[in-house]
Design a protein around this ligand. Structure first.
Ligand code: PLP
Length: 435
């Protein structure tokens, strides 16, 4: 049924490709009309090696996860050692060294640059689930404190928090990928980010008459990623913190995209100087090697669950939470952050992205060029055919996947200068040719 051959002319697709493609369901893809997916044989550094022998420079780092590049030997060795000991054991009634070491390290890291008590870590296995856990924590926090009716979440236009039902409900209802599910989703309060006087007043007004229904505010701090690579400044987060405090509402920062150096600091909340009550992490947590996520709560949040009443316990527990292999990978990833100059590398990438993408600004159809840390985005007036555009990048030897009207780069922090120049050069050429 696929009727699709692997890309490269003259090179036979691997034997597993066609038979398997007829049985797999691909993400966010109209499989009937989308170009056939590329068969990948292996990865290394910032390169994706295809089964047909081509090698692409990767501009995305597998949805922003592979911050140390692919196949880092230190992470691989840590996972191999853990595999010999114990690939998995349930986390109910049992704990293990990689998880407890990791929980403590994450708490220490969160406290690194400022006094904060974000120190209780709940593990799960994907970013969306980490968000679900954060939302449940917030709602149950109020219930455990004997306050009923605080079941709603305030979230923002342009936001994206994942693909599960709770996470979809706090993502932008129009701009996100969730329009089809509107009838399924619980109603939340979606407003504009308070970026100026008018939006701050509107935000306050929305809260003023519903504050006693609201459990928490959730935001991606400094960068709204999948919603369009939109940036805001620390002042916005300070406003959110002040308003949350005024109305006694919990503040959740979703750092699944921004965490682990992407914006130029280890965590965006540290860069902004604003401490949330709950923090979600995933993506680069394991250096992009294994699925793992963490929802980290401040002490006062955890204390609301600390009780003689069994019903006050947090009612969540994914089967594969705190998977030992994933925790070992995460610990190894944190070793690399500690001993290699990742944050300096991000600053250098930021400078190279600025210099490399700036020439796009002069081209017809370019609305904006913006860079924050190791995130570079060219916003276009529109993209006529996103699949065709993606193919043009592949033809230039780079893996770049525009979405909406955004062409973006989120490379590995270890990417070489030449590879980064190939990525920015490819974007400039494609934009110059017209999209
Ligand atoms: N939150 C943010 C900010 C994200 O960028 C994403 C994924 O892109 C998610 C949550 C969902 O993470 P996952 O795809 O691992 O479920």
């Amino acid at each position: 049924m696929s009727g699709k051959a692997s890309e490269n002319k003259g090179v036979a697709a691997p034997t597993w490709y066609e038979p398997g493609l007829d049985h797999v369901w691909l993400p966010y893809a109209q499989m009937k009309t989308a170009p056939p997916p590329l068969a990948v044989k292996t990865t290394h550094g910032s390169r994706i090696v295809l089964a047909d022998g081509r090698e692409l420079v990767d501009g995305i780092a597998s949805w922003w996860t592979a911050c140390h590049g692919y196949n880092h030997p230190h992470i691989r060795a840590a996972v191999e050692s853990q595999l010999a000991l114990m690939p998995h054991v349930m986390f109910g009634g049992l704990v293990h060294e990689p998880a407890l070491i990791l929980a403590r390290r994450l708490a220490m890291l969160a406290q690194d640059s400022q006094t904060c008590d974000l120190d209780r870590v709940f593990f799960s296995d994907s970013g969306s689930v980490a968000v679900e856990v954060a939302l449940k924590m917030a709602v149950q926090y109020w219930r455990n404190r004997g306050i009923r009716g605080r079941n709603r979440i305030v979230a923002f236009t342009g936001g994206y928090h994942g693909d599960t039902t709770g996470a979809m409900a706090v993502s932008d209802p129009e701009g996100s990928f969730h329009v089809a599910f509107r009838g399924l989703l619980p109603e939340q309060i979606i407003v504009d980010l308070p970026v100026d006087e008018a939006t701050t007043a509107a935000f306050e007004a929305a809260l003023a008459h519903r504050a006693d229904e609201v459990a928490a505010i959730i935001v991606e701090p400094l960068v709204q990623g999948a919603g369009g690579m939109r940036f805001h400044n620390a002042g916005v987060l300070k406003t959110l913190r002040a308003i949350a405090d005024r109305y006694e509402i919990l503040l959740i920062f979703d750092e699944i995209f921004t965490g682990f150096g992407r914006t130029g600091a280890m965590f965006a909340f540290q860069e902004a100087g604003v401490v949330p009550d709950i923090l979600t992490l995933s993506k680069a947590l394991t250096g992009g090697t294994l699925p793992l996520a963490a929802t980290i709560a401040r002490r006062n949040v955890f204390e609301a669950f600390w009780s003689d009443d069994p019903a006050s316990a947090l009612m969540h527990g994914p089967t594969f939470m705190a998977n030992p292999l994933a925790c070992a990978a995460a610990n190894a990833s944190l070793d690399l952050f500690a001993r290699e100059p990742r944050i300096d590398q991000v600053a250098k990438i930021a400078a190279a992205l600025r210099a490399g993408l700036e020439p796009c600004r002069k081209h017809h159809g370019v609305k904006d060029v913006r860079v924050k840390g190791a995130i570079g985005a060219v916003e276009l007036e529109g993209i006529a055919d996103v699949n065709a555009l993606r193919q043009r990048f592949i033809a230039k030897g780079v893996f770049i996947r525009p979405f909406g009207n955004i062409v973006y780069l989120t490379p590995a922090f270890t990417i070489g200068d030449d590879d980064l120049a190939r990525l920015t050069g490819a974007i400039c050429r494609v934009v110059a040719e017209g999209c």
